[in-house]
Structure formats: C-alpha cells, structure tokens
Design a protein around this ligand. Structure first.
Ligand code: GLC
Length: 396
C-alpha cells in the first residue's frame, strides 16, 4: 500500500460518528479514543485534500461543544464511559482547558481546496469567539501575550519547558508529572478557571509555540474575515496578530531564540526545546535570525538534529530523555510545524530533510506516536494519526 492510501485508510478507520450525527476522528483507537482539538485540526488539514466534506464535519463537531465564554475544549468525551486518567478533566462531557488554536488554519486549508464559503460563514462567529476568548481572558492585563494555564494546553503534556512553572524536578516520572497536572486542573476548578484569580499562584505561562500558532491563526482568521467581508473582525485579527508578534520579539527573545516565559514579569523558562523553531511557522524571526537559528540549532547534532529527525528537547538539557514522552523524542506535529516554517523562509533543503525523515519513520514503523532520536525506535500509541501530516508535507 502506498503512503497516501495508508494514511487515508487510517483516517477512515479512526473515524467515528456520534448519536446526534457528529463525525470526528480519534487520534488512536486504543490510546486516545476521544476527540482532541489540535488533532482534529491536523485531520482536517489532511482531509481537506482527500475528502473535504469529512474535513468540514470534523471542525463542525469540534465547535459543537464550545463553551459559552468561547473556549474550545481540548477534549470532547463523546463516549459516556470514561477510562482513567481522563475522568480528571471531565466537565460536563468536555475538558475544561484548551489546546493550540489551529482551527482558523484548518478552515482556511479547506477553503483553499474547495473555494467553499458556506462553511466559513457557518463557523466564523464561533471561530472568532474562540480567538476573542484567548485574547481577552488569557491576557487580562493587555500584555499581548497569551497564557496557558496547564502544560496540556500546549499539546506537549510533560515537556520540560514547564518544569520550573510546575515546580517539578527534571527527573520526574511520567505518572508523577501527570498527577501534578491533574492537581492543577482540580485547583483551577476551585476558582472556576478564572484567569485573574487562578493565575497568580499557579501555572501561567506565555508559551512560545502556543503564541506562534495563535499569530499564524490570527493571520488566517483575518483572511477568512476578508473573504466574508467581515471588516471589523479582520481589523481585530490583524491588530492582535501584529501586537502578539511584536511583544514576542520584545519579551520572549534572548540569545537569538525564543523562550517561553512565566508570570507577569515574563521570566524566561530557559530549557531548550523545539519551541525555538516554532516562531518560523508564523514568520516571527527575521530572515537573518532564521539563518542563524538553522545554523546554530537546527543543524546542530549536539542539540536538536539526530539521524532520525529533530529532537523535541535539546540533547544537552539535563531533562533530556530519548524515550521520555515529550522530553526528547521526535513527534510528527513539531516536524510538520517546522517543515511549514522552513518552506516559508526558503530553507528547502532542510525542509526536504524533515519530510524525508518523517516518511522513513512511517515506512519503517507504521503510524506510531513518537520516536527515539538516538535509535529510531517507535513508542506509544499505534495507528496514531499525526503521521498522516506527511501527506501535507509531500504536497506543499
Ligand atoms: C497526547 C499529546 C497531545 C494530543 C493527544 C491526543 O496527549 O501529548 O498533544 O493532543 O495525545 O493525540
């Protein structure tokens, strides 16, 4: 079976339909049997080219459980019976936190493939409400940097980037970390997830990939608003894209790269992760800075570059574990974000390398969740959908 057929077969096999007719794709039938926010956006990006109606259905189902305040939950538990550890997040059938806001990007991909505006019009008010929620509720002091209130909101559940903010040691175990994140949800629940009262003593991180993804998505939201003739919304999206981009450069840059920051003072969380590369996705580095980044970090085998792909954590970090969930291994979503950024900046050779290593991992091991950068060994979920993003790399 060729790669395209295999990827499409996997997406079809993982597709689920709910009793009320919503359709979504589970990231992995056994390990991740619900709907996840950024995963659904990834699915839509790939499906946009293969089966646009399914791509639209996936986003529709994602929006169906949006909170009144605009938050799109990071998980929707379509099945009433929950398995551990997911019960912790449970809040009336959905999770109470969010995930990287990729929905405008995914919707734009579908529009580009189909030229359809009906679904854009249908979804626009809800998409706008989500971005307004992030800008208003997650930045109550108008710092123009959006905060996440739990590492899970970054999509990189136990990345060492958050160790200091989580008050955990760099050798913490997988389950020890999960317990801490669950505690955080429980504590935030007691203050009703209100940023102003939760933020001071708990977890309040201006995350680089999250803000970079937001910047790119505000750009896409502005383009969608333009197509729909939504003049005020276009101004809103463009203004905040520029403000966040500017503030990221002002407060999150140091030594030529970007660092996530903590609290109201923007103290840098100095753990070198793939977050250094994420701003490429949103065009936040100047061309000269990007060139230095590629030379010093991307092509550096002592830190990020391995035979099998880009490490999510620099090998030089004390917290680096080649087999530790988000603490070093290669994952396809970071690969895809980096690929897109590299292409935009014209680093075609490096982009091709990312694409080729991704294809090799799938051809060797199938659609697994993450990979050891030192040995190429696959880990985690089977039939995991993120590998299907290589189709987008192969066609763009
Ligand atoms: C893991 C990943 C997260 C993803 C989820 C479902 O928790 O860390 O980013 O959304 O699995 O695939």
């Amino acid at each position: 079976m060729d790669l395209k057929t295999a990827a499409y077969t996997l997406l079809r096999a993982n597709r689920r339909t709910t009793r009320d007719g919503y359709q979504y794709t589970v990231p992995s039938p056994s390990t991740y049997p619900y709907q996840w926010l950024w995963d659904s956006c990834f699915h839509s990006i790939v499906l946009a080219k293969l089966e646009p109606d399914a791509a639209i259905a996936e986003l529709r189902s994602l929006l169906s459980r949006q909170d009144e305040d605009g938050l799109i939950p990071h998980m929707i538990f379509w099945r009433p019976k929950l398995t551990r550890p997911y019960h912790v997040w449970w809040e009336k059938g959905v999770s109470s936190i969010t995930q990287p806001p990729m929905i405008a990007y995914a919707a734009w991909e579908i529009y580009e493939q189909t030229g359809r505006t009906d679904f854009l019009r249908e979804m626009f008010p809800q998409m706008l409400a989500f971005y307004m929620y992030l800008i208003q509720e997650r930045d109550p002091h108008d710092h123009h940097l959006i905060s996440i209130i739990n590492p899970d909101e970054s999509g990189e559940d136990n990345s060492p980037r958050f160790d200091l903010a989580m008050r955990v040691k760099s050798n913490i175990s997988f389950f020890g970390h999960m317990y801490k994140r669950h505690q955080l949800v429980t504590m935030n629940r007691t203050c009703g997830f209100d940023p102003l009262t939760c933020m001071h003593e708990r977890f309040w991180v201006k995350d680089v990939p999250f803000n970079s993804i937001l910047v790119k998505n505000l750009e896409r939201l502005a383009q969608i608003a333009d197509v729909l003739g939504e003049v005020e919304a276009k101004k809103f999206a463009t203004l905040h894209r520029d403000l966040i981009k500017f503030t990221m450069r002002e407060y999150l840059m140091g030594e030529g790269v970007f660092w996530s920051a903590i609290g109201l003072e923007h103290g840098h969380l100095k753990v070198a992760t793939w977050a250094h590369f994420a701003p490429l996705f949103a065009g936040i580095y100047t061309p000269e800075e990007a060139k230095a980044l590629i030379k010093n970090h991307f092509n550096n085998s002592e830190t990020f570059r391995s035979e099998f792909g880009i490490r999510t954590v620099s090998k030089k970090e004390a917290s680096y574990r080649s087999n530790g969930f988000w603490r070093g291994p290669i994952w396809f979503a970071p690969h895809w974000f980096i690929y897109k950024g590299l292409k935009d900046y014209g680093f075609d050779e490096e982009a091709k390398w990312i694409r080729d290593t991704s294809v090799t991992l799938i051809e060797t091991h199938g659609f697994r969740e993450y990979f050891d950068p030192e040995t190429g060994k696959p880990y985690g979920a089977h039939n995991f959908t993120w590998g299907t993003l290589v189709l987008d790399m192969l066609e763009s």
